[in-house]
Design a protein around this ligand. Sequence first.
Ligand code: PLP
Length: 433
Amino acid sequence: MNLEKSRELYARASRSQAGGVSSNVRLAEIPSPLFFTHGSGSHLTDVDGNIYIDYVLGQGPDIFGHAPAWLNEAAADAMQLGVTFSGQHELEIAVAEKLQRMIPNADLVRFASSGTEVVQAALRLARAYTGRNRFIKFEGHYHGWADSVSYSTTLPDATASGAREAPVAVPMSAGIPASAASDVITLPWNDIESVRRALDAHAHDVAAILTEPVMCNTNCIPPEEGYLRGLRDICDEYGIVLIFDEVITGFRIAPGGAQEFYGVTADLSTYAKAIAGGFPLAMFAGKGEIMSLLADGSVLHGGTLNGNLLGLGAANACLDRISGEDAPLRRMQDTGKALMEGLREVFRKHEIPALAQGAGSVFALTFTDAERITDWREHAERADTGMYAAFAAGMLERGVRLTSRGVWFVSTEHSDEDIARTIDAADDVIGSL
Ligand code: PLP
């Protein structure tokens, strides 16, 4: 396939932008960072004229596909009024009230711009509310790129993380202050006993348990039966704030996110990505008692662009669709499940051991002989990431764009034809590997 123009532009971009990209995540694009001219629905077109069925979807936000006319219109209409006032507009109230109706723990909400910052706001609130300092974070979970949470997210192997019973928090970047590591306790996920053991030693100083409710950032590992409920009970027992990071699951796996899907309510929860269908908006929600620390001014949360009308106009329209009678998220789940099943059939046919797991509208594909993978250590030991990279490269050549880390995002715009073409491409790639 011809990627000549993308490669030329990438070389040029690297002379003006660090690494030629705006996020380190994009450095990992296989075979090299691509440049696109436009997207439409489930498709993206690159500068060399290649058209892809897109399962990256901006790393998740584009639940209604690329450039939906109704969404662009809603954002543009709002934008005509002005964008950033450092003052209030009625649209903020309208969107906040919709969120209160949709999200189980949303006594109160606050708007922001990115997932990274709303996680930081939630941690600050949890510390202020409890008067404690440390927090539990799970291996393999990603919560943005800030210092406090950039530990044990992705690693080539698990050895750097020490023994399962005594995990070491491994920084994911140079430049993180060494002091940050003493505030975080990293633990394997899906293991309630390890949380209990950690709290035996540290309960008096743990402000929060921060978790992705589905481990979307590593292999889309679902919570074991009763695990989220177990975390809820432990938090109640020890007076710890339970934070669900719903930046991926929110407005994707159900209108009320994982809290609705699994029937477990968090004290605080964080959202970005799908809330505004790809327009810049983030939000955190929580119980009145905790969120009111923002209202009395004792906890600082700021942001020049917070509550801007571009993001709110888009979110207003998205939330109407998501909670409307058409139930687009259910359709998206069904599409994703059909795709997962089709992929499984291809791997069975070729006798290639692989695992497709996840909720449907977001799932992961892993080459492994494990029947199930339940945490990040198992993933690090048993997933053949080299084979996945070769598979993703083969899919790109056949016009299917995948994330490099194995997570697939599905939109409302992926059609039966897209799914059939994707399954055919997978069949072809596996046959050739
Ligand atoms: N939390 C989770 C679960 C995420 O997946 C991400 C991003 O992928 C973030 C937080 C950070 O969000 P953002 O990239 O908007 O800062």
